[in-house]
Design a protein around this ligand. Structure first.
Ligand code: NAI
Length: 335
C-alpha cells in the first residue's frame, strides 16, 4: 500500500533534518508518496501566506504529515504557526517519548518516560490583551472536555502498552479553578482504569524530582505549558533536543514533529542532529501500521549509536548530518 504523506520541511535546520528523515524512511522500503508544501517564511514567499490553503488542504486530505520546526517571531502579531496547526486540526494529544540512546553522554541512564501534553488550550489559547497601559492579561483556558480527552488518551496508551504509572502534574494549590478542573477530570478518568497506577505531583516539585531522580517517572500527564517546559527538561536529561521525537495526534489525523525548534544557531551548517526527526518517523510508521519498517528504522538508529562512530557534535561526535544519515541508511540496508 502507498501512503500519501504531507511533508512540511519548515525552516532553520528543518529542511536538513526532515530531508535526512525522508532518506531513512525511504531506505526502509515503505511506499510513500510525499506531498511537499511548506509553511512559514518560505511559504509566504511562494504562496503569499504563512499557512497556504494548499497546505491545509493537503493535511486534511492526507491525514498524516511529517513536519520540520518553524521559527516563531517574538514580535506581537506573529502567532505561532505550530500552535495554530495543532489547534486548527484539533491535534489534542502531544506525545513525546524520552528514552536514552547508547553512547550519549548524559547524567542518567535507564530513562524511559513519556510526556503526554494537552495540545489545544491553556495559556497557548493565545488570548492576550492590554487592560490598561502597563497591565496585560493572558487567559489560561482549561476545559473539562480537553482535560478529559487528554487523560483518556494517556490512560488508554498506558493500558495498551503496559506502562507502570501515570503521574498528573499540576499547580492546583495555586490555580485552584483551572488546574483544579484539570485534576478533577484526570481523577475521574483514572477511576475507570484501576489497572493503571496513578499519582499526582506539583509542577515545581516535579522539576526538582526530574533532575534528581528521573527514573521514578513513567508517563507524565500535563497541561500545555507545563508539558512544553518539561519536554525540554526531559530532553536535557537524555542528552539534548536532537534526540526527542514527538507526535501531535487527533481523532482523524496526526502531525509528526520533533520536540526541538528551528535551531537558528546551527542552521545551514550541516551539523544538526536528525535523530529526533528520525525517531519521530518511527512513531509515524507505527501510526501507519508499518510496524516492521518502524522496528528496522529504530534498530538501525540504535545500532549507529551503539557503534558510536558517526555521531553528531551535540552528542559528542564529529559527524555531519549527512554522515550520520548515511550510517543509518547503511544500517537499515545491512542484511
Ligand atoms: P531550539 O529547539 O531551536 O534550540 C535550542 C538549542 O538546542 C539550540 O542550541 C540548538 O542548536 C539545539 N538544538 C535543537 N535541535 C537540535 C538538533 N536537532 N541538533 C542539534 N542541536 C539542536 O529552541 P529555540 O532556539 O528556543 O527556538 C528557535 C525557534 O524555533 C523559535 O522561533 C521557536 O519558536 C521555534 N520552535 C519551533 C518549534 C516547532 O516548530 N515545533 C518547537 C520549538 C521552538
Amino acid at each position: 500500500m502507498t501512503h500519501r504523506i504531507t511533508l512540511i520541511p519548515g525552516d532553520g535546520i528543518g529542511p536538513e533534518v526532515v530531508g535526512a528523515a525522508r532518506r531513512v524512511i525511504e531506505a526502509t522500503g515503505v511506499s510513500i508518496q510525499w506531498e511537499e508544501i511548506n509553511a512559514g517564511g518560505e511559504a509566504l514567499k511562494r504562496y503569499g501566506k504563512l499557512l497556504p490553503e494548499e497546505l491545509l488542504e493537503a493535511i486534511k486530505r492526507n491525514k498524516v504529515a511529517l513536519k520540520g520546526p518553524i521559527t516563531t517571531q517574538v514580535a506581537e502579531g506573529f502567532p505561532s504557526l505550530n500552535v495554530r496547526l495543532r489547534k486548527m486540526f484539533d491535534l489534542y494529544a502531544n506525545f513525546r517519548p524520552i528514552k536514552n540512546l547508547p553512547n550519549v553522554p548524559c547524567r542518567f541512564g535507564d530513562l524511559d518516560l513519556i510526556v503526554v501534553r494537552e495540545n489545544t488550550e491553556d495559556l497557548y489559547a493565545g488570548l492576550e490583551h492590554e487592560v490598561v497601559p502597563g497591565v496585560v492579561e493572558s487567559l489560561k483556558i482549561i476545559t473539562e472536555k480537553a482535560s478529559t480527552r487528554i487523560a483518556r488518551f494517556a490512560f488508554d496508551y498506558a493500558r495498551q502498552h503496559h506502562r507502570r504509572e501515570i503521574c498528573a502534574i499540576h499547580k492546583a494549590n495555586i490555580m485552584k479553578l483551572s488546574d483544579g478542573l484539570f485534576l478533577n477530570c484526570v481523577r475521574a478518568v483514572a477511576q475507570e482504569y484501576s489497572d493503571v497506577k496513578y499519582r499526582e505531583l506539583i509542577v515545581d516539585n516535579t522539576c526538582m524530582q526530574l533532575v534528581m531522580n528521573p527514573q521514578q517517572f513513567d508517563i507524565l500527564l500535563l497541561e500545555n505549558l507545563y508539558g512544553d517546559i518539561i519536554s525540554d527538561l526531559g530532553a536535557g536529561l537524555i542528552g539534548g533536543l536532537g534526540l526527542v521525537p514527538g507526535a501531535n495526534i487527533g481523532i482523524d489525523g496526526a502531525i509528526f514533529e520533533a520536540v526541538h525548534g528551528s535551531a537558528p544557531d546551527i542552521a545551514g551548517k550541516g551539523i544538526a542532529n536528525p535523530t529526533a526527526v528520525m525517531l519521530t518517523s518511527v512513531l509515524m510508521l507505527e501510526y501507519l501500521k508499518e510496524s516492521e519498517a518502524a522496528r528496522r528504522l529504530q534498530n538501525a538508529i540504535e545500532q549507529v549509536y551503539r557503534e558510536g562512530k558517526h555521531l553528531t557534535r551535540d552528542v559528542g561526535g564529529r559527524a555531519t548530518t549527512e554522515e550520520f544519515t548515511d550510517a543509518v541508511v547503511k544500517a537499515i540496508s545491512a542484511p
